[in-house]
Design a protein around this ligand. Structure first.
Ligand code: IPD
Ligand code: CA
Ligand code: CA
Ligand code: CA
Length: 266
């Protein structure tokens, strides 16, 4: 089946804006908060409601599309052939609960293995990052510029969860502390999807995480690519976008240097 990129883009954008408005209206309502894999792995009734909203819309409008999503309303996606929506209904659930801001809706659409559309919507800020493959990335109506030609790690702002500097069984934390000492500064915003957009804006230069899922990074990857940024598996290969993957993202110089000097998977 042919992929109607323009029409899918416009439809997805309308859905995102509509459900974003619902979240803003209901932001101060009491939350039903549950935990998933551990006490700090949170989910609310709103995460489920937003994902269900997208699942119902997609199944009605595009019954042959697949859905890969976080909260259980999607499909068991085995391959990115055909058209696949990769959705995080709320990225930054902890921010959503505790801070009532700084969380995002993340929606990517892949067609035959290619990331064709990416949206990351900062709901409370009403800022929509959007990209189409080979057609540029936008922050609301403003086109994002290509990243600088060169970038030294020593002049870079790095983004990551500071937990990675503590002992863990995934990556050598000593090397991550060396990375912290090498770069100009480190920031943690609590929404991976928004952090990819900050890389695309060029207001930060590198990002590492070792536990993200496709719904955390798929839309960000589409956006980042449009400004010349890169996203790589921590082993230096391409991501599959099908499973949980350790990754490094950002300016190509920063990603290269990080992969060669600072990442050692256990
Ligand atoms: C989380 C956020 C956070 C990242 C976590 C993710 P969620 O997503 O992106 O920034 O550090 O690894 O799980 O659970 O709020 O959708
Ligand atoms: Ca979650
Ligand atoms: Ca997420
Ligand atoms: Ca989420």
């Amino acid at each position: 089946m042919t992929f109607q990129k323009e029409s899918v883009f416009n439809t997805a954008k309308t859905w995102i804006k509509d459900i974003g408005q619902v979240i803003r209206t209901e932001i101060d309502q009491p939350r039903q908060i549950d935990t998933k894999t551990h006490p700090n792995d949170l989910v609310t009734e709103m995460d489920k409601k937003v994902e269900q909203f997208f699942a119902e819309k997609i199944r009605t409008e595009y019954p042959d599309h697949q859905i890969l999503s976080e909260e259980g309303f999607g499909d068991d996606v085995k391959a990115l052939s055909g058209t696949t929506w990769i959705i995080d209904p709320i990225d930054g659930t902890m921010n959503f609960i505790h801070q009532k801001r700084h969380f995002a809706i993340s929606v990517a659409v892949f067609h035959d293995h290619i990331g064709e559309i990416g949206f990351v919507y900062d709901v409370m800020g009403d800022v929509l990052y959007a990209a189409k493959n080979d057609e540029g990335a936008y922050k609301n109506d403003e086109r994002l510029q290509s990243l600088d030609e060169k970038k030294n790690l020593t002049e870079s702002i790095y983004l990551f969860n500071t937990l990675w500097t503590t002992e863990n069984n995934i990556v050598d934390d000593k090397k991550i502390r060396e990375l912290v000492k090498t770069v100009r500064g480190v920031r943690t915003y609590g929404s991976a999807a928004l952090e990819f957009c900050y890389l695309a804006e060029g207001i930060a230069d590198g990002y590492v995480s070792f536990t993200l899922h496709p719904w955390d990074f798929a839309a960000g990857a589409v956006i980042l690519k449009e400004v010349g940024g890169v996203i790589k598996h921590a082993n230096g290969r391409d991501l599959t976008f099908l499973t949980q993957e350790p990754l490094v993202a950002g300016h190509k110089d920063v990603v290269d240097r990080t992969l060669t000097h600072y990442i050692e998977l256990k």
